[in-house]
Design a protein around this ligand. Structure first.
Ligand SMILES: [Zn+2]
Length: 259
């Protein structure tokens, strides 16, 4: 990924998406107005930060990336496997839909999500001109949301999986992501013995590789072009918010993709 500085705000872009000129950004915690423990560019409205500050941070983020703040769609992220297709911005008067993946093929629209360790997956079909963003923590990963999102691109936009470009963004690394036995059990129910690929048992401590699991799901769905950032949020607290790395007292960083 490449870092871009825009005023006080710093964000990262994927090489593959940039090569297709897809407007997108994974926005670091720098350049906002929030104090500790949300310092500084917190875009999460449900983590205890003052809503006026969150609004100002959102304004700064959209301005830095050069996207219209009146033309974005976001959801209430609930660790589900629900995928939403939209043709319009979210009406700010309406409550958020509960979902964890958003798709569109409408030019001018920005899809927007918030993260702090969970995996952001960006999707782009250069042939059908459709985009998507997915939120996958361990629950979304086990529910295979990224595969359901690719299926939705096929049914909704007639996408061919081989055309789709996928990008797996900054999120928690395997070393930092110990999970309990109940998570391991659910992973083996969902993936059978293939869960061996991304769950490592280190002396009774189970470490879950969310990057590999989502890459595995994308490949199984037929996606061939996958860029993995390899950037861990908990390893780089100076750049990202990390739920694990900051013991739950932290903000949310933004991910955007547009057409
Ligand atoms: Zn790490």
């Amino acid at each position: 990924m490449q870092a871009i500085q825009s005023g006080d705000v710093r964000y990262y872009c994927f090489e593959t998406l940039s090569s297709y000129n897809v407007p997108h950004a994974v926005i670091t915690r720098h350049g906002g107005v929030s104090p500790f423990p949300w310092a500084t560019l917190n875009l999460g409205a449900t983590v205890g930060d003052d809503l006026e500050r969150v609004k100002e941070n959102r304004r700064k983020a959209f301005e830095a990336v050069g996207r219209d703040i009146h033309a974005y769609y976001d959801v209430w992220q609930v660790h589900s496997n629900r995928v939403i297709c939209t043709h319009t911005p979210r009406n700010p008067e309406q409550p958020h839909e509960k979902a964890d993946a958003i798709l569109t093929n409408t030019p001018g629209l920005t899809l927007f999500m918030r993260f702090a360790d969970c995996v952001p997956v960006l999707l782009f079909d250069p042939v059908k001109k459709a985009i998507g963003v997915v939120h996958a923590g361990w629950m979304g990963t086990i529910k295979q949301i990224v595969a359901l999102t690719v299926e939705k691109m096929i049914s909704e936009y007639n996408s061919s999986p081989g055309d789709i470009v996928a990008a797996i963004g900054p999120s928690i690394c395997q070393k930092h992501y110990e999970v309990g036995k109940e998570v391991v059990n659910e992973a083996y129910i969902s993936f059978q013995s293939d869960a061996d690929i991304f769950i490592r048992n280190e002396n009774g401590h189970y470490l879950f590789n969310l990057w590999e699991a989502n890459k595995y799901l994308l490949e199984k769905a037929g996606v061939e072009h996958i860029e993995v950032s390899g950037i861990c949020t908990a390893c780089h607290l100076e750049e990202w918010f990390s739920h694990r790395g900051e013991a739950g007292k932290t903000g949310r960083f933004g991910v955007m993709i547009g057409l």
